[in-house]
Every structure is written in C-alpha cells, then in structure tokens.
Design a protein around this ligand. Structure first.
Ligand code: OXD
Ligand code: MN
Length: 640
C-alpha cells in the first residue's frame, strides 16, 4: 500500500522498530542495487522503509562514501547529462541546473510546531512576519501527501548516513538523508562526513539521528523542463519538524534546499537542538588568527549569505607577522566545556562557496583550494575544459570560447553575466592550504570573539565593540544588510537579518534572544564586535579596501581580547581610540575619519527603524534586556 503524507507523519519514528526481515521484504522487491542493508540499525531501517513506502523508488542504494561509489555516480550523471567533466582540472565537474532552481527558497521553507508562536513571534501588527514561516501539523501532512507519494517512481533512492562534525565527537550530530538525486549524494559526500563509518557509530549504540527526506520531484504536468536537472519549482517546499528531528524537502535539487545537512539540519533543526541542550548553532565562520608574537585566538563571525564569510575565513593578512587559518566558512556549533570555555566546531566538511567575485586577488586561498575534486554549479565553462565567472581574471578568455551557465555561447560584449550570481563551488575543506590544524578537533576550538556584520553602505563604522554581553546580543538582533543573490530577493534593499539567521531560525526569535542572553550564566562569554567592510563615500566608492586589510580590524579586535585599552566610548559602542587602528602601509589613502564618522541623524533613523522592526516582528517576545539596550542607545544618540 502507498503511504500518504498523513500516515507517514502520524506513524513517525516512535513506533517500535520492525524486524530486519520485514525490511528485507521491501528491499528484495526493490533490489538493493548498492550497499549493505545489514549495516543499517533497526531504527534506520524503519525510516528507510517508510520512505520507500511513501516515495516508491525503483531501487535502493545505501551509500558507503567510497571513491568507487563516486566514480559510479559520476558516470551515471554524465550519462544523464547532469554534469560535464572539466578536464582542465583534476576530478572537477560542472552541473547546470534548471534555471528555475538556482537559490534557496525562503518563502517556501517552513517550521512545523504545535503552536505558531513556537516557530515565530505572533505580533498584533498586520505586517507579514519575516522571521520564518510556520506550518501546522495538518498542513505539513497535507503538503507531504500532495507531493511525496510516488515521487521517486523510476528513480533510485539513495540512503546517505552523514555526520555533522567529526565522526564520534560529543559536539557532532548524525543525519540520514534519503534522496533521489545522485548530485545531492556527491555534494553531501563533500559537504559532510558521509558513509559507512557513520553507520558504525549508530551501530555502537548512539541510535539518534535526524531524518532528512529529499526528493527532486516531478511537476504536476509530468514533464520535466530540463530532464538533466529534474525538479518541481512550482511545488517546491522545505519542511522541518523539530519535535521529531525531521526534515522533508521536495522539488529542488539546489544547495541549501537539497543538501539537508547544511541549513536544514545544522541551523534550523540544529538551533532547536542547541536550545534544548544549552548550546548555540549559528550561521558563522570560524577562523584562527596568530599575531606576530605567536599568540593565537579563534574568532567566529556572522554575516548574511554572500557577504564575504568565505573570504574572511581564508584571508591572507596584509599586516606583517599575522597568520589566519580557517576552521569553517559558514556554520559554527558552540558549546561551553566543563571549564566554562566556549568551544566551536565547524559541523561541515566542505565549502559551498559563491563563485562570482572569487579570484586570485580577492581570495587566492580559495583559488588554491577549488580546482580539484570539486563540483561547480551554474558557473560558465571555457573551451579548454575550465570554468569562468564574473571577477575571475579575464586575460584567460583571449584564447578560449565561453559557454554561460545557461549553456549558451557567451562573450564579454554579451550584456549579460556568464555565471549565475549565486553559482557555487562545492569543495572539500581539507584541500584548503590554510585549514587550521585543529579544524577537526572533536573538542572544538576556544572562541575569544564574535563578530556581527553586514553590507552597510551608509552610517555604520568599520568596527565597534559591544559594551557588554547584552549589548552584543542587541547588536546581533539589530543587524541589517543589503540583499544578495543567495536567496530569491531581488532589489538591493537594506534588510534586517538578525544574527545572519533570518532564513535559518528553527524557533521563535524572541526565545532565541533569551537563549543567547542566558549564555552569560553558562560560562565565560567572548567579546562581541560589529564590523562593516562596505561603507561608501558620498561618491559611491568603498571607504575601506577590505579583504587582506581586514586583518587590521582583526588586529584591533585581538588587542581588545588581550585587554589592551585601545578604545574610546561612543554612543553606539567602543570605537578604536585615536591611532589604534593600524593603517600603516595601506596601499591607498583611507579616510579614517569618514570611516568612523557617526551622524546623529543617521543613528536616530537607525534606532527608529530598529524599534519599528522589533515592535512589528518581535512584539512582546522581545526580552526586556534587549529592549533596555535599545532604550539606552536611543538615549545616548539623543545626546550626540
Ligand atoms: C549559503 C547561504 O549557501 O547562506 O551558505 O545561502
Ligand atoms: Mn551561509
């Protein structure tokens, strides 16, 4: 019998595991085309079996994570036209997606809880909520019932056991992703620790895992616009049910919509687990920085998608004697250890970076990382078997022809971009030449400072420090940034993106703020800073060179962590004191005064805007200490 969505959810995984024999019945009828069904624990078998009954695949493939398996899947995708080889590099591939499936779809992403207020603040204001989308149990069941039954007909169902974080670390979590996309399997094998070793951990008695069901689906018409990239953009939906540690994603094969370890598990479900267990799951890079005296600290930084997290995480400092090493570029899981030290792991195993803008001058380390064992998506290709995107050295184009991300011949005069603005490289983290020696330390690395930031062309200085933890939490809550291409937003509007988590909260933002405030009672909290590399002058030019020169900002932060009194109070927080920011040797003249200028008018508007936002979006859920920080800021700005 075909399970419908209602039965799928109602039966959940709370039922006693059925015997292995039962599973064999299903699998025999289907044929396990690859892998060993015996390696699955009873609860995993139960989950796989339910997914089989619901989605009705043709065959099953249990992923072992091996190189042979990758070769098999690459050959299959080549045959299906999903990828083409890039012979200029070693083991690199290019996928071109259906042009309707190119980014995360925030408007179609839902969290399912009993009550709406468990997911989002419910405010009396009529303004539509922007802090996530709630779905009821009934509607989630209906959404599954309308899409998933039979969705894998004719396809192979892949079972991917994966670990977010080093396999076996007390900070790591296990997931089982079921998917009908070999592209997703290959990407998950890069982005997570996937395969047999994860099943061994489950066999050893740790039976908990996050259930991740993904299907690229089939349009209601039955016709795929691009058979090499099956998807169902009209009916795409990404569902999360934190109470069951469960994710169901339908209709998209792209990035965070389909690689379910990343945004769905590590952030949305992850933040709910973190709240329950007393830690933090955040949209943050982690880097180690060593000063000229050989002292090293670790820093975590939250910037909205496509605001330069990968560039900062792999920065080549221009300040002599400084060294930056990369722990992760997108997600940090942070937990206090028994001594009260906040320790972080990068739960990922690879980088899923935005390609355009990545070049030898902006991020040479990324360029040294990505040209082997990498899956590129929606970049342009060159006739010598290479890739191209906006920002890459144009000199290489003189001797080749270029095919754009849509598969059309392209030239520099074409008047359109060659690579999609959200095109990506998906590459193993251990290929990064400056990967931190402790990046896989199961204990995590100690975090001394947390940075918040965004693209703020006006009014916001290069760097300032929070006065205390509650003020830092307020800075995270009031973060704003220009929209980018990582999601479906179009115009370059300044959007609120608190903690860079707006698309990724797994529960009510008010409760999230209370959780952040409570960290102060759990251990020694790091210092918090706000940075803005993107301030512009009146004539529209960036005031700060950014990239490697951001080491100058990290140098000031380092010295503040060390307790140096190199700051002055200002109405918005602590600024570097006169001369404290090291600007010596900067190639271009930088107008430091303009970079740090504070305008009463701007900050009055900014505080008003934050106040309206809190009122409309957070309402009564705003914790009092955060509201008090806003009041204090307003009072200080009034006296400017
Ligand atoms: C990402 C994102 O892909 O934040 O990392 O969109
Ligand atoms: Mn991200």
């Amino acid at each position: 019998m075909l399970l419908n969505g209602v039965q799928f959810l109602r039966s959940g995984l709370n039922v006693a595991p059925r015997s292995y024999n039962n599973f064999r019945l299903v699998c025999r009828a289907l044929s396990v085309q690859y892998g060993d069904a015996k390696s699955l624990t009873p609860v995993v078998k139960e989950y796989v079996e339910k997914c089989v009954e619901l989605c009705r695949p043709e065959r099953i493939h249990i992923c072992d994570g091996s190189v042979e398996e990758s070769k098999l899947l690459q050959a299959l995708m080549l045959k299906q036209g999903t990828i083409v080889p890039l012979p200029k590099y070693k083991n690199c591939w290019l996928a071109r997606t259906n042009p309707a499936d190119v980014a995360r779809v925030e408007s179609k992403t839902f969290i399912c809880t009993d009550r709406k207020e468990q997911t989002v603040p419910v405010t009396p204001d009529a303004t539509p909520g922007t802090l996530g989308n709630w779905i009821s149990q009934e509607d989630m069941q209906a959404a599954i019932g309308a899409r998933l039954p039979g969705s894998m007909k004719g396809r192979t169902m892949y079972v991917i056991p994966f670990s977010m974080g080093p396999v076996g670390s007390r900070l790591s979590k296990i997931g089982i992703e079921i998917t009908d996309s070999p592209y997703v399997v290959e990407s998950m094998k890069i982005m997570t620790r996937a395969g047999r070793q994860v099943l061994d951990v489950l066999q050893e008695g740790n039976s908990q895992f996050v259930k991740c069901l993904h299907s690229v689906g089939t349009p209601a018409s039955g016709v795929q616009a691009q058979p090499s990239w099956p998807c169902d953009p009209e009916r795409t939906i990404i569902l999360h049910k934190p109470s069951d540690n469960e994710i169901v994603s339908y209709g998209s094969g792209y990035g965070g919509n389909s690689l379910l370890g990343k945004k769905c598990l590590a952030l949305r479900i992850g933040s709910t687990i973190a709240k329950r267990e007393g830690w933090l799951a955040e949209h943050m890079l982690i880097l180690g920085i060593t000063n000229p005296q050989g002292k090293k600290i670790y820093v975590a930084a939250a910037f909205p998608s496509a605001c330069g997290k990968t560039n900062l995480a792999m920065m080549t400092p221009t300040l002599p004697g400084y060294k930056v090493e990369c722990v992760g570029d997108d997600i940090a899981w942070m937990k206090f250890d028994s001594k009260g030290v906040l320790r972080a792991i990068n739960p990922e195993n690879g980088f899923f970076g935005v390609a355009p803008g990545t070049s030898r001058s902006t991020n040479p380390i990324a360029m040294d990382t990505i040209f082997q064992n990498t899956v590129f998506t929606n970049v342009a290709s060159t006739s010598d078997g290479g890739v191209y995107w906006e920002g890459m050295d144009k000199a290489q184009l003189s001797s080749v022809t270029v095919t754009d991300w849509l598969g059309k011949l392209w030239s520099q005069e074409a008047g359109r971009v060659a690579a999609h603005p959200n095109s990506r490289f998906c590459t193993p983290a251990d290929q990064c030449p400056i990967i931190d020696p402790a990046w896989e330390d199961p204990a995590g690395v100690p975090i001394s400072a947390i940075l918040f930031g965004g693209r703020r062309p006006d009014g916001v200085p290069l760097v300032y420090e929070a006065r205390n933890w509650a003020h830092g939490v307020f800075l995270g809550a009031s973060m704003r940034s220009e929209a980018t291409a990582a999601a479906e937003h179009k115009a370059k509007t300044i959007m609120h993106d608190p903690f860079a988590m707006r698309p990724f909260f797994g529960y009510n933002f008010g409760d999230y703020l209370a959780h952040w405030l409570s960290m102060e009672q759990r251990g020694k909290v790091p210092k918090i800073f706000h940075v803005n590399w993107f301030r512009k002058s009146a004539d529209g030019k960036f005031l700060w060179p950014g990239f490697g020169d951001n080491a100058r900002v990290l140098d000031w932060i380092f010295r503040r962590v060390e307790g140096e009194q190199c700051y002055q109070e200002s109405p918005i927080g602590r600024l570097p004191s006169q001369g404290a920011l090291n600007v010596s040797g900067l190639e271009d003249d930088v107008n430091v005064e303009e970079l740090f200028a504070l305008s009463k008018n701007f900050w009055q508007q900014e505080t008003q805007e934050i106040e309206q936002y809190f009122k409309a979006q957070v309402g009564d859920y705003l914790p009092q200490p955060v509201a008090a920080q806003l009041d204090e800021l307003k009072a200080r700005v009034a006296k400017m």
